[in-house]
Design a protein around this ligand. Structure first.
Ligand SMILES: [Fe+2]
Length: 300
């Protein structure tokens, strides 16, 4: 096979997949080649533009480190993360809604006792974060793992400031009643890191880089689907123009005020404290194709 032109090159590349040992890899590769070639045929890049595209991807990779994930930012800012999340959570459920992971999750955050202070005064005004975890059948889930991470009052995550000392981030376990609480700080709306190639992309697209104020949660318990979500602060700017398309109405919370004393979740505060409260509901675990439940209208 030789002398390929813009009409027959696509079929030629796909034909090379004939001996792929993995049907899934073969399907993904063929679809990628088909869409990528159609994309190139549509935009008809100059040689210089193609070189810029290669440079963009190169710089995106070079920007990545143990605390900076430029490819997740790129996926988020192009709406791909939200699309993947939606595909994997198609059917209506009484479980708490999911949203994007974002680039600032840290694996193996320190586990601390419920009731711990996870952010100090330097991070901003104290925020009581309290809640519960239960199954869709109403059973409280004791010993569930709750990962919490949030930006500070200036809009920065710990890993953007300091590679060693984590703050505004921790993992707690629910008690026998499925309850947990920590003292964090009231987070601010923030721009996603925009000093790299994704920032240049947003400028070229005429877009702002801001996310509304939020707190991240990852909640997991044996036999249940892990929940990756946020709670958004109702009075925040940018709720309708989140740069990563993550806002859902059901995840917006108005901050309450916890009076001095002990709350119904067992949290104790000495002075009136803003409180972010949520009862999280986990769906039963599914796996493989069942977890991706086909779209009801999917005919392809
Ligand atoms: Fe965030």
């Amino acid at each position: 096979m030789r002398n390929f032109d813009e009409k027959d090159i696509t079929d030629a590349v796909i034909s090379r997949l004939a001996n792929s040992p993995s049907p899934r890899a073969k399907h993904i590769s063929a679809s990628l080649i088909r869409h990528l070639h159609d994309f190139v045929r549509e935009i008809e890049p100059s040689q210089s533009e193609w070189e810029q595209a290669i440079d963009f991807l190169t710089r995106t990779g070079q920007m990545c480190s143990s605390t900076r994930q430029e490819f997740i930012l790129l996926s988020d800012a192009l709406g791909v993360s939200t699309l993947v999340d939606a595909i994997n959570h198609r059917l209506p459920s009484t479980a708490t809604e999911t949203t994007v992971m974002g680039p600032f999750y840290v694996e193996h955050a320190p586990e601390v006792p419920s009731g711990s202070r996870i952010a100090g005064p330097a991070e901003g005004p104290a925020l009581l974060i309290e809640g519960s975890v239960r199954s869709v059948d109403g059973q409280p889930l004791g010993s569930a793992t709750v990962d919490i991470w949030h930006a500070d009052e200036a809009g920065f995550y710990d890993v953007q400031k300091d590679d060693v000392n984590l703050s505004g981030r921790a993992r707690v376990r629910t008690d026998a009643h499925g309850m947990f609480w920590v003292i964090g700080a009231v987070p601010a709306a923030y721009p996603i890191p925009n000093d790299g190639p994704v920032g240049r992309m947003l400028e070229a697209q005429g877009r702002h880089p801001f996310r509304p104020a939020h707190v991240h949660f990852m909640v997991s318990a044996p036999g249940h689907e892990t929940l990756v979500t946020h709670l958004f602060l109702a009075d925040s700017d940018h709720l309708d123009s989140d740069v990563v398309f993550g806002v859902k109405d059901s995840l917006i919370e108005v901050l309450g005020t916890a009076a001095p004393g002990t709350t119904s979740y067992g949290a104790t505060v000495e002075t009136s404290t803003p409180v972010l409260r949520r009862d999280f509901v986990l769906g039963k675990a599914l796996s493989g194709a069942a977890a991706r439940r086909p779209h009801p209208q999917a005919l392809y």
